[in-house]
Design a protein around this ligand. Structure first.
Ligand code: ATP
Ligand code: ASP
Ligand code: MG
Length: 318
């Protein structure tokens, strides 16, 4: 495969590249409008994001995590981190005031420089992150299937010109739910370590992958060792979403934090709420905006969908 040239900054674009970037920008705008409307119409509250907090996603132990630097500074005498995801905020917000919520959440993950070449990683991105009290994985599957099928149908109707201009109108398949569900263990047995890329190259419709061992907040059935969590994989592309039913039982949360070597002092609120029975059963997920738009537009590098590209290893002035 030919190497992927990193996307240029705005000032470096030729006239033709400006036109292409503008068409991608129209598709980003349309996608954001369409997805957020679906969530609002389904009764979700739209929360504004935070950027700095004491508590954020440990991104550990996720076998795919590749973080070079974690950003931590002291403000007002307390250490805060840039958000790697708003998972902790989601769990507490959905357990208290906002039983159905979503956030367009800016995430900073300083991925290792070699990830600049995957075409799928950027060091600042946005998740449409959502959480629902008393929901099951099946509820999340149905919601996401509805949102994405609606989005692609609407894009093909309203954005024909922009999609055609970037050569993607005919190649973009209409989606139809329910999407197939695969267990990660079966895929590993069939394909070995490369299962994710192999599945992505074989499917023609999106597919759910369940039972992925990862962070403490994803639900694990201790009696079977199975995880009630999921990724959504798009055909010829790969992962665009991760989520799960959540742990809320105090003893399990503590046990997993200890097993994973997570620093409990960064999660005292969630621990306290679980102890008091105030952490509610919830389920949710996050859709990577640049990933889903990258899939829709068929770009070589998802940073092409960013006005100000954030390619791991490359820092532009803007
Ligand atoms: P990957 O395995 O692809 O590196 P991940 O599983 O580590 O990603 P998650 O922690 O599941 O990522 O993040 C939730 C979602 O956010 C992902 O499904 C993806 O859509 C998006 N995302 C995660 N990391 C990045 C990144 N570096 N650049 C762009 N989007 C990302
Ligand atoms: N957004 C993800 C979730 O809801 C967490 C993450 O970003 O890692 O599970
Ligand atoms: Mg993931």
């Amino acid at each position: 495969m030919t190497p992927i040239n990193p996307p240029k900054s705005l000032d470096q674009l030729t006239a033709q590249e400006i036109e292409r970037k503008a068409n991608i920008g129209k598709i980003v705008t349309y996608t954001l409008g369409n997805l957020t409307s679906t969530y609002v119409n389904e009764g979700f509250q739209w929360l504004l994001p935070v950027v700095l907090s004491q508590s954020t996603d440990p991104l550990w132990p996720d076998p795919n995590a590749s973080i070079e630097t974690r950003i931590e500074v002291d403000i007002y005498g307390k250490p805060v981190r840039t958000m790697s995801s708003m998972i902790v905020h989601k769990l507490i917000a959905a357990s208290t005031v906002y039983p159905k919520l979503f956030i367009l959440s800016p995430n900073v993950r300083i991925e290792k420089s070699e990830r600049g070449k995957t075409g799928k990683h950027i060091y600042e991105f946005t998740q449409l992150d959502f959480e629902i009290q008393n929901a099951t994985s099946k509820d999340v599957f149905l919601l996401v299937e509805t949102a994405l099928c609606t989005l692609i149908k609407a894009l093909k109707k309203d954005m024909k010109e922009a999609l055609s201009a970037i050569g993607r109108f005919d190649a973009l398949p209409t989606l139809e739910g329910p999407f197939k569900i695969f267990d990660r263990e079966d895929l590993e047995a069939k394909y070995g370590e490369t299962w994710e890329a192999d599945v992505a190259s074989e499917i023609t419709q999106p597919a759910w992958i369940t039972n992925l061992p990862r962070e403490f907040y994803d639900f694990e059935d201790f009696s079977t060792g199975k995880w009630d969590n999921y990724d959504l994989i798009m055909p010829q592309f790969g992962e665009v979403l991760s989520g799960s039913k959540r742990e809320y039982d105090y003893a399990k949360v503590i046990k997993k934090m200890e097993q994973h070597g997570v620093r409990k002092e960064n999660y005292s609120l969630i621990i306290q709420m679980a102890k008091e029975g105030r952490l509610k059963p919830t389920a949710g997920a996050g859709i990577g905006i640049e990933r889903i738009v990258g899939y829709i537009t068929g770009v070589r590098h998802i940073a092409e969908c960013q006005p100000f590209p954030r390619v791991p290893g490359i820092v532009h002035e803007l």
